[in-house]
Write a new protein. Structure first.
Length: 175
């Protein structure tokens, strides 16, 4: 938690979709395989998630009320995850699990931040080209194709120890 120039705490929050337990366990297994192959890497300890929004709020929950009002108007939906893909950013690479049908997530981000994102579940990020090539070779023997039901989004809050902690779930409209 940072402090603003007027000495009020600045709350850092992160809004994500968490996949179901089988997908989360598989992502944890994949991260362990990557660690055995290349050693420590950025994102090795992060839990499986789909990032939607990160923000800082001077007034602890003001923005959450607005977000909740938008989310509660949307119906729950199914998400499909399939295959591995790569982002290149500068001279670094991120390997992730793709979400081929993105329209449900696009509906959320359009309402919240007025733009589309490429939703994904990160396996390993900020890899060198050599590390990325090694990991992709290893992933050729693995696959993923799964669905899970998304009934809520999760709000994480940064703790004083710089860790993310579950703060609350914002539920989509009841069917």
């Amino acid at each position: 938690m940072k402090t603003s120039i007027i000495a009020q705490p600045l709350y850092h929050e992160f809004i994500v979709i968490s996949p179901d337990e089988p997908i989360s366990k598989y992502v944890a297994y994949l991260k362990l395989c990557v660690k055995k192959l290349i050693g420590h890497f950025e994102s090795e300890f992060s839990k499986a998630h789909i990032s939607l929004l990160s923000y800082e709020d001077l007034h602890n929950d003001n923005l959450l009320y607005l977000i909740e009002s938008h989310i509660s108007q949307l119906a729950p939906f199914e998400l499909y995850v399939k295959d591995f893909a790569v982002f290149k950013h500068g001279d670094k690479y991120t390997i992730y699990i793709d979400i081929p049908y993105r329209w449900s997530i696009s509906k959320i981000t359009e309402r919240l931040i007025h733009k589309n994102i490429i939703p994904h579940i990160t396996i390993a990020k900020n890899l060198t080209r050599a590390e990325c090539d090694k990991v992709l070779q290893m992933l050729k023997s693995k696959s993923i194709s799964a669905r899970f039901s998304c009934k809520y989004i999760t709000v994480l809050k940064r703790t004083p120890g710089n860790k993310w902690k579950n703060y609350l779930n914002l539920w989509f409209k009841s069917r």
